[in-house]
Structures are given as structure tokens and as C-alpha cells.
Ligand binder design. Structure first.
Ligand code: AN7
Length: 351
């Protein structure tokens, strides 16, 4: 059997330094771009697509940049890697560090990391340090550790991360045969919107596409520093992945917004959870709450006539829904047992 070409090999011409090798891979990238006809009809869009990053090896888009960051850290002789995380970066760092044979330290906000993500970091043998504080405080501490050279920092302040994350924009263009008109996505630490914009710009500069999309970023109402124009000291949202009050790539996000003629706005927790269900019930795709923020936002802009029916719109679903099973509330009654006989079951089915 021939091994499928790895993500970094596929885009080697855009990424690799001369002679650079990428021995560590978990089969990242190559995620599906799904035509969302039923959801599109609901939102009033004829050409809506979902870039579903939940099929990544650790279930989120973070693997695209982590594979590059850990390959480079390992080949540079790093003795350990460290990151602060709301969960997905930790899960990805833990997996790639394990594959590289490197110890991994993850600094997490206590009580605010989804269960699946914690399980992923634990099973891969990462050393978890819980802080009695939020992500922003954890990242500040990790940056100091990096300056002390205690371990290689694999947060998105490491440029290899955003470099690798550009591959998602390239895959979208390769799949569509053009750049979309608009791209909707959640914004937390703001690395992904920065990386997508760089990726789209690179393809246009190389003459591989003849346009670039409007970048439509969405924060949660309770964690919307870029929308407010000031840091949020105590961010709060059900979408714990984007519970971030002072994004590291703030400037990259506003550049993406302004250069593309796009916008960065916010959506409520209720809108996020409603969109998460809608995506699952209309398209069969289960994403985590943060990932649904892009769809919730595009829904709002479509309603306001700021995204048009005929436009090609891509929403990025950044992480798998199974990472955060606790975000799904049980429907009233569905978990109450009935007698194991056909009459009782027929009655419970409402038939
Ligand atoms: C599912 O894992 O910040 O704006 O520490 O997990 O590039 O930060 C996660 C962020 C969107 C926001 N969707 O992306 C972390 C972390 C999901 C995420 C984001 C995250 P950025």
C-alpha cells in the first residue's frame, strides 16, 4: 500500500525550508469541504460549504500548524514542548509531542476545558498544569517560560503554527477551483483568521486564484475583545474554545478584516448553540460550540443582506463535537426509560 502524501509534503513548495524533512505526521489535513444545501436553504444561500476540520487526527484544525511546529522543534533539538490552551491546542500538542518522543506540558484554565480535550491530553501522556485563572493569564506565563528556553512554545505565537494553518485556505481554493467570496469562522486567539488570510493572499500572489474572500470572523458576546476594541479581563462563553479576552494575533485579525473588506462581530451563546444543532440536524455534521459561531454569524449577516444568496460562502467548522459532549443538553423525556415491550416503546415513539 502506498502511504498518502502528508499535508506538509503536499504543500512543500509553499512551506519547506531547503532540505527540510517532515518525519512526524499523523495524517493531518485533507479535511472535507461539504456542500451544505439544506443549511444553505435555511440561511438563504445557494452556495454554502462547510470546511469540516473535525476529521483531523486530533479532531481540530490545530493539527495543521502543530505538525509543522513539532517537526521543527524536534529537528532543532528541543527537549520538551509547552503551550497554554483552551483545550484543542493542548490535545494537538500532546499527540504530536508523543509521536516525536518529546515531553509535553499543557497549561490550562481550571474547570473550563471540555472533557474530550482533557482526555486527549491525558492519554497522550502530557503533563497537565491547571491554573486558577483564564487562558490569557496562562499564555502570559508560557511566553515567559519560552524566553527562559525551558521548552519550545507551540502556541500560535510560534510562527510555524500560523504558517501550517495556511494549508486550510489552500485546500479550500483547491477544492472549489477558485477562492470563495466570503469565509466565516470563529475567532478566539485570532491565529486562524490571520493564517487563512495569509493563505488566501499567498495563492492570489502566486496567480493560483484571481480573488480573495471577505473574512467574516465571529467572537462570542461574552468574549469579544476585538469587537469592543479592548481586552476583556474575564471572558465568559459556553464556547470554551474561544473563551479568550486578549488575543495574541489581534493585529493579524484586524488586518485580515480591513484588507479583505470583511468584519469581526459577535454572536450570543444561544445563537451558537442553535447553530450547532442546526448544522447537525440539517447536514449531519457534529461540531463543537465554538465552531458553530461562524455559521451563527453568517446566518445573521445573510438575514441583514450583507451576504448575498448567489455568493460562494465557506464556513469553517474548526473542531469535532465529540470533544465537548457536555455542551449537548438532553431533550426532556428522551432519557427516561420505559418498559422493554413493544407497546410501551411504540407509545414512547409517539406512533
Ligand atoms: C474549535 O486550543 O485557542 O482564533 O488553545 O479550539 O485561531 O484561536 C483554540 C481556539 C476556534 C479559535 N475553534 O481559533 C486553544 C485555542 C476551535 C478552537 C478556535 C479555537 P483562533
Amino acid at each position: 500500500m502506498t502511504r498518502p502524501e502528508s499535508l506538509l509534503e503536499r504543500y512543500r513548495a509553499f512551506l519547506a525550508r531547503p532540505e527540510e524533512l517532515f518525519p512526524i505526521t499523523l495524517g493531518e489535513g485533507g479535511t472535507p469541504l461539504l456542500k451544505a444545501s439544506r443549511l444553505g436553504a435555511e440561511l438563504g444561500l445557494d452556495e454554502l460549504y462547510l470546511k469540516y476540520e473535525g476529521t483531523s487526527p486530533t479532531g481540530s484544525f490545530k493539527d495543521r500548524g502543530m505538525v509543522l511546529a513539532v517537526n521543527r522543534a524536534a529537528s532543532a533539538g528541543a527537549r520538551a514542548v509547552v503551550c497554554a490552551s483552551t483545550g484543542n491546542t493542548a490535545a494537538s500538542a500532546a499527540a504530536y509531542a508523543a509521536a516525536a518522543g518529546l515531553p509535553c506540558f499543557v497549561i490550562l484554565p481550571a474547570g473550563k476545558v471540555a472533557r474530550g480535550k482533557l482526555a486527549q491530553a491525558l492519554v497522550a501522556g502530557a503533563r497537565l498544569v491547571m491554573v486558577d485563572g483564564n487562558f490569557d493569564q496562562a499564555l502570559t506565563a508560557v511566553r515567559h517560560l519560552g524566553e527562559e528556553r525551558a521548552a519550545a512554545v507551540v502556541n500560535s505565537v510560534n510562527p510555524d503554527r500560523l504558517e501550517g494553518q495556511q494549508t486550510a485556505a489552500w485546500e479550500v481554493c483547491d477544492a472549489l477551483g477558485r477562492a470563495p467570496d466570503a469565509l466565516g469562522l470563529p475567532v478566539g486567539n485570532a491565529g486562524n483568521i490571520t493564517a487563512y488570510w495569509r493563505g488566501f493572499s499567498r495563492y492570489a500572489d502566486e496567480g493560483l486564484t484571481d480573488s480573495r474572500p471577505r473574512m467574516l470572523g465571529f467572537q462570542a458576546d461574552g468574549a469579544a475583545p476585538i469587537v469592543r476594541g479592548e481586552a476583556v479581563p474575564e471572558p465568559e462563553t459556553v464556547a470554551t474554545a474561544i473563551r479568550i479576552g486578549n488575543p495574541a494575533s489581534w493585529a493579524g485579525a484586524t488586518a485580515a478584516r480591513d484588507e479583505s473588506g470583511g468584519s469581526i462581530e459577535s454572536v450570543s451563546d444561544d445563537e451558537i448553540l442553535a447553530a450547532q444543532r442546526e448544522i447537525a440536524q440539517l447536514e449531519g455534521v457534529f461540531c463543537e460550540p465554538a465552531s458553530a459561531a461562524g455559521v451563527a454569524g453568517v446566518r445573521k449577516l445573510a438575514r441583514e443582506g450583507r451576504v448575498h444568496r448567489s455568493e460562494t460562502v465557506v464556513c469553517v467548522l474548526t473542531g469535532h463535537g465529540l470533544k465537548d459532549p457536555d455542551a449537548i443538553g438532553a431533550e426532556e423525556g428522551t432519557l427516561t426509560p420505559v418498559a422493554p415491550d413493544v407497546d410501551a416503546i411504540r407509545a414512547a415513539m409517539g406512533m
